[in-house]
Design a protein around this ligand. Structure first.
Ligand SMILES: C[S@@+](CC[C@H](N)C(=O)[O-])C[C@H]1O[C@@H](n2cnc3c(N)ncnc32)[C@H](O)[C@@H]1O
Length: 390
């Protein structure tokens, strides 16, 4: 990730702007860690300033990173120039100019887009964890009349696919860059023709992180149209056994299993296992029933105002646990007496969300993006409100 280092960092008067970036304010934690609230058009993110023994490191705060990475590189460049920094290290200059431009990233969408703007006019195909993207691109070319949604959390893979979409003039792909276990919950019922999960990470030591789970299978059946399929492909004997148990938890199913069955397209990952003569298994689960419509989503917000001055008196690093949910109040950052951030993690134990609460003029919002009302998030939100509004 892009970062710059300097031996002499002096704050300047903010807000200050350069090259489309506005650096609004510094926010400082009691431990001396500093954040900088930064905007670029409608995008908002944080830079992080870490004072180290021999120098100062400035990078983007991990939870607020966005694509393309060139925006972050340019932000650090502007930050350095406004602060007149003498840099001892910088990796903010891409080695060769990428052919992908900022506008090509318009196919990369955030949670809000899928909740409020996704069009269901076309049949939808979903691929979870597309990696190199060979299968995703193949599906897009084979199905020009369908919308192909690829979900991937690995940013270089996302940039690779965006580049290929541009080079091959493919215009029926959208990309979601967040956890696939959350993604399906955003979709309307009975809308998806196929869901592909090809070679998911086996997570043998942390099975709770696996994509396939009882909840994922249930959500897949809900979003699939009648006769729509969930297709899992794996080379892992452990995952095969685990998936078999998971599908077997259904009270009724139409499940087809194949072994060493070639598909028209093979990923780099698959080629590697084939060379090693590993067995490859497919599960194809067909949805046979229409599901109930799901009420459309709202996002969780804070209606009542609160004084940051009051909140900071009560702040401590604590975790509040519920039966299936929690909130960890991690750190507090002061912009001034009335404005600041609290860093939190919350939600379900097995798939926690990491966010900031931004306090601005007595109003509160989740930062950098809104919170979805998934069951455990709603419960965690209630805990946060109890903490804020005593
Ligand atoms: C082993 S690779 C397989 C890639 C590709 N499907 C193939 O067949 O070559 C697994 C991919 O899933 C992605 N991934 C892992 N967990 C994920 C999650 N919870 N949500 C979305 N993508 C995930 C990883 O980043 C990785 O690219």
């Amino acid at each position: 990730m892009p970062n710059i280092q300097t031996t002499a960092f002096e704050p300047i008067v903010l807000p200050a702007s350069d090259n489309g970036f506005t650096f609004h304010s510094y926010a400082t934690s009691p431990r001396g860690e500093q954040l900088v609230l930064t905007t670029y058009g409608e995008k908002a993110f944080l830079l992080q300033i870490l004072q180290r023994k021999h120098n100062t490191l400035i990078k983007t705060q991990k939870l607020t990173r966005l694509s393309p990475v060139s925006i972050l590189q340019d932000a650090l460049h502007s930050f350095a120039s406004l602060h007149d920094l003498e840099l001892t290290y910088a990796n903010i200059h891409p080695e060769k100019k990428s052919i992908i431009q900022e506008e090509d990233f318009s196919i990369l969408k955030g949670i809000e887009y899928f909740v409020t703007q996704l069009s269901y006019k076309k049949k939808i195909i979903v691929e979870v964890g597309f990696g190199s993207g060979r299968h995703l691109l193949y599906q897009a070319k084979q199905n020009p009349d369908k919308l192909i949604i690829g979900i991937e959390i690995h940013k270089p893979s996302i940039e690779q696919v965006i580049k290929q979409c541009k080079l091959q003039e493919i215009d029926n792909i959208l990309i979601a860059d967040f956890d696939a276990r959350i993604f399906l919950q955003l979709l309307h019922s009975n809308t998806v023709a196929q869901i592909f999960v090809h070679f998911p990470v086996p997570w043998d030591k942390k099975p709770h992180r696996r994509v396939i789970s009882d909840a994922f299978v249930q959500e897949s059946l809900r979003v699939l149209r009648e006769q729509g399929t969930l297709e899992l492909r794996t080379d892992s004997e452990n995952y095969f056994a685990y998936a078999w148990d998971t599908f077997n938890n259904l009270s009724k199913y139409d499940l087809h299993i194949r072994k060493n069955y070639d598909l028209p397209i093979s990923s780099k990952y698959e080629d590697r296992w084939k060379r090693k003569e590993k067995n490859i298994y497919d599960f194809i689960l067909t949805n046979e029933e229409r599901s109930e419509e799901k009420k459309s989503f709202d996002t969780i917000t804070f209606e009542e105002e609160v004084s940051f001055e009051d909140v900071q008196k009560r702040f401590q690093n604590i975790t509040i646990k519920g039966d299936d949910h929690f909130v960890h109040f991690e750190d507090i950052y002061f912009i001034d007496e009335k404005n600041g951030f609290i860093k939190i993690s919350l939600g379900a134990y097995e798939k926690p969300e990491h966010k900031f609460l931004l306090f601005k003029e007595n109003k509160i919002q989740y930062f950098p993006s809104t919170m979805l009302p998934l069951t455990q998030n709603v419960k965690s939100h209630k805990i946060i409100k109890e903490f804020l509004y005593v």
